[in-house]
Design a protein around this ligand. Structure first.
Ligand code: F6P
Length: 527
């Protein structure tokens, strides 16, 4: 499928990206302004011919039709027989969204209204701390967005407990007063072992402190029955349907902790941003469509050029958890080995996504991005302005660093330049040797997404942009981006191993390595 593009890519590595800027129109021609943001992909090897090839691929793979099928409520999650309608959660104008002939919007808006009423009630009460207990999509969306929107917090403090490691809940509970703390049990299935274990521990903590748990627990789940079994009354349960995937669920009830932190208006602004990106994705021609272009740049780097990873580098400290959030969004969605029809994928699935905010990463792993032997396409994100008017010089330094990194990756430093740098310190062979260590190959691709300010609406746009980018990449790869069977085997084995860890069951049928590790736990773990 990528043959033509691979032909175009032959020898392209020899061409220096900076030489493409001999065309003075390049920066404008290889960037896209939409929805108040600018996506600049001019510091890549993509030229007009490559872009035309990528767009033709998107056409040929039926991206537009698949997109329309998603918004129209068709069951595009074919392995689970489900529609994919998280976009309905942010469809604030309430326009009809039909699933099996029934408009899903009235219950969606009703639940949103109930969440807002609850948020107003809690924010006006004496509750000082809210602990969201959830994992994966029931954690990463809310924790990422809550951190991102810290300047907009005017509600109770929010904490997030996800790991089954007791250290997680112990550390968070140590910050809370049992008399004024509320718990949100966020789990689509309400069966996830980590979440249910932490939820029971939270209940026991209140009991231990002599505090009744009445009114202290809220459930966010598709499984009302299990929530009731846990003891949460129906009026404290906020449900959502199976057409909202876990990693796409921050827009609905799973976003309650965010709503409690920033208030119903702030949350609506976040939804509005998502909705605006949806409208753009639906209406813009492929060549002017932000999610499509992000996806095509991704396909070019991963499937065509063979760069296996993608670094996401937000120069926005409050996007600290964005890389982790995107790891789930991108890798759980597009980390698949078979195409929709069950055949082995004849090319690589989605990339490994990783990253850290700048400038911190610069002092840690950028060394490898600049001088390591593998090319790592980098995605920079940065706001034109920060939220701290008194610290403007900080923001200016932050922006300067972000722009410097993409420039350095592209330009590199030649041997001659490196020699000139150290010519006053060394001579002869030693000069040559020292200079070679200071060479940067350059010609390393990066993109930059720049936006005015990380406010709730902009965050909504960014997250929806990435969701649709993952969707487009999945369509081009011909995979189902909406299931996650790959997480099941480990869960099954952990359930079977549990009694072997406690000693309730003998260690049988295990390989030598696992048996040896269990033996170490039995010897050293029960102090
Ligand atoms: O194990 C993977 C997963 O199913 C994710 O897809 C999901 O976001 C997470 O677990 C949590 O699931 P739940 O919300 O049902 O507890």
């Amino acid at each position: 499928m990528f043959e033509e593009l691979k032909t175009l890519a032959t020898g392209i590595g020899e061409r220096r990206i900076e030489t493409l800027f001999a065309d003075e129109g390049r920066a404008g021609a290889f960037s896209l302004s939409a929805e108040d943001m600018l996506f600049d992909y001019s510091k890549t090897q993509i030229d007009a011919e490559v872009r035309a090839g990528l767009l033709a691929l998107a056409e040929a793979r039926g991206v537009a039709a698949r997109r329309d099928a998603m918004f129209a409520g068709e069951k595009i999650n074919e392995t689970e027989g489900r529609a994919v309608l998280h976009t309905a959660l942010r469809n604030l104008d309430g326009a009809e969204v039909r699933l099996d002939g029934v408009d899903v919007m009235p219950p969606v808006l009703e639940t949103l209204g109930r969440m807002e009423a609850l948020a107003r009630e809690v924010r006006g009460s004496g509750i000082t701390d809210v602990v969201n207990i959830g994992i994966g999509g029931s954690d990463l969306g809310p924790v990422m967005a809550t951190l991102a929107l810290a300047p907009y917090h005017d509600g109770p403090r929010t904490h997030f407990v996800s790991n089954v490691d007791g250290a997680d809940i112990a550390d968070k509970l140590a910050l809370c007063d049992p008399d004024t703390t509320m718990f949100i049990v966020a789990s689509k299935t309400f069966t996830t072992i980590e979440t249910m274990t932490n939820a029971r521990t939270a209940k026991a903590w209140l009991a231990d402190k002599g505090v009744s748990d009445e009114g202290r627990f809220i459930a966010l789940s598709s499984n009302q029955e299990k929530a009731a079994e846990f003891g949460i009354p129906a009026d404290r349960v906020f449900g959502f349907e199976d057409w909202v995937g876990g990693r796409y669920s921050v827009w609905g009830p799973i976003g309650l902790s965010l709503m409690l932190a920033v208030g119903p208006e702030g949350f609506r602004a976040f939804l509005t941003g998502g909705m605006k990106m949806d409208r753009h994705f639906q209406a813009a021609p492929l060549a002017e469509n932000l999610p499509v272009l992000l996806a095509l740049v991704g396909i070019w780097h991963n499937q065509v050029l063979g760069h296996a990873t993608r670094a996401v580098l937000p120069y926005d400290n409050r996007l600290l958890r964005l890389p982790a959030y995107l790891q789930q969004l991108e890798m759980e969605s597009n980390g698949k080995g078979v195409s929709m029809d069950g055949a082995d994928l004849p090319y690589h699935s989605g990339p490994v996504v990783w990253g850290e905010p700048g400038t911190n990463g610069q002092h840690a792993f950028y060394q490898l991005i600049h001088q390591g032997t593998r090319v790592i396409p980098a995605e920079f994100l940065v706001a034109a302005a920060g939220h701290e008017p008194g610290l403007r010089h900080h923001h200016e330094l932050l922006v300067a660093n972000c722009l410097a990194q993409s420039e350095a990756l592209m330009r590199g430093r030649s041997l001659d330049e490196a020699r000139a740098k150290v010519a006053d310190k060394f001579e002869g062979d030693e000069l040559e040797r020292q200079a070679r260590h200071r060479v940067f190959p350059g010609n390393r691709p990066s993109t930059t997404l720049i936006y005015p300010l990380l406010d709730p609406e902009t965050l909504g746009k960014i997250i929806a942009l990435y969701e649709h980018r993952v969707f487009v990449e999945g369509v081009i790869l011909g995979i189902n981006s909406f299931d996650q069977w790959g997480v099941e085997l480990g869960k099954e084995l952990a359930t079977a191993l549990g009694p072997m860890v406690t000693g309730a069951a003998p260690v049988e049928g295990k390989d030598g390595s696992t048996a040896q590790l269990l033996k170490f736990v039995h010897t050293h773990g029960r102090g």
